[in-house]
Design a binder for this molecule. Structure first.
Ligand SMILES: C[S@@+](CC[C@H](N)C(=O)[O-])C[C@H]1O[C@@H](n2cnc3c(N)ncnc32)[C@H](O)[C@@H]1O
Length: 269
């Protein structure tokens, strides 16, 4: 097993029963990376006569190789906000692309509008709603974010628990993405984006927050035909304090491992 599990695929035991309950015909995954979740969703679509679309401008070679022969599957090599106008009649969304306020807030606006256009209830799984991205933007491509929404950021420095500013060392993107320099405040982070999206809709939407593996949110239309059954299923996971404690423990241990590596590397030079 990896030192730090991070894929949304780790939520298979939560996601698959929801798919069995809701029976979506068309699913979209935003952010496929190595395909950790994609292959799980694709197995489900193959067994359930459904179709999966994956939106990622820069997935890994492993993913691209797998995608060449995948059935009931389409890959769109564009950023989400460019790809969304091409999507039609979607029943279920998995959002795990660029983890910043601007992108997630506008992805949700698109998803909401899509639901109105196709007269469908919304069901969206959103990853990285807890630390480190819940209240802090990260940017795979800062130039794609309009300047007025972009937090001051850095590719070079890391983040750690208990400190809102970035630090030397800590958990870092190693050139793949940049962190916002400060945690918290308006228009910063994935959970802030979800809250800002939900607030004007009152009780139209329900949101469950599951505090493991960087946190997953499940957002759905409160009066969907399956909403009561989904609520009963998700309730034991929602803000579960044991899961939150286990997550904090693994993050603290991982941060210690990074620290040990950094100290060893510093001694070696
Ligand atoms: C954290 S990884 C996704 C992990 C994957 N969902 C899983 O659970 O195994 C994020 C991915 O999002 C992609 N990405 C970055 N910005 C994006 C955007 N605006 N739209 C769609 N995908 C994006 C990156 O190329 C990267 O592969």
């Amino acid at each position: 097993m990896e030192l730090l599990i991070h894929s949304m695929g780790e939520f298979e035991s939560l996601i698959t029963p929801v798919l069995d309950l809701v029976k979506p015909r068309k699913l979209v995954e935003v952010g496929s990376e190595h395909g950790g979740l994609t292959t799980i969703l694709n197995s489900w679509t193959l067994s359930n006569d459904a179709h999966l679309l994956s939106v990622d401008p820069a997935p890994s070679e492993k993913f691209k190789h797998w995608a060449q022969n995948a059935q009931c599957f389409t890959h769109i090599a564009k950023p989400s906000l460019e790809a969304f106008p091409e999507l039609q009649d979607i029943d279920c969304w998995f959002v795990d692309g660029d983890h910043n306020w601007y992108t997630v807030y506008h992805e949700l606006q698109n998803i909401h509008q899509h639901g109105l256009t196709y007269q469908k209830p919304v069901l969206a799984f959103l990853h990285d709603v807890a630390w480190p991205c819940g209240r802090r933007d990260s940017y795979y491509a800062p130039e794609r974010i309009p300047a007025e929404y972009r937090q001051p950021h850095s590719y070079d420095i890391g983040v750690t628990l208990d400190r809102g500013a970035i630090v030397a060392g800590g958990f870092r993107g190693l050139g793949a993405f940049a962190w916002a320099i400060d945690e918290g405040g308006p228009r910063n982070g994935v959970l802030t984006a979800i809250e800002d999206f939900v607030a004007p809709h009152g009780e139209k939407y329900s949101l469950a927050l599951v505090p493991g593996v960087f946190g997953i949110g499940v957002l759905f239309t409160s009066d969907a035909p399956w909403a009561d059954a989904l609520t009963r299923f998700l309730l034991p996971y929602h803000q579960n304090s044991l899961l939150a404690k286990l997550e904090e423990n693994r993050l603290r241990n991982y941060l210690k491992v990074i620290d040990f590596f950094d100290q060893a590397n510093a001694r070696a030079v």
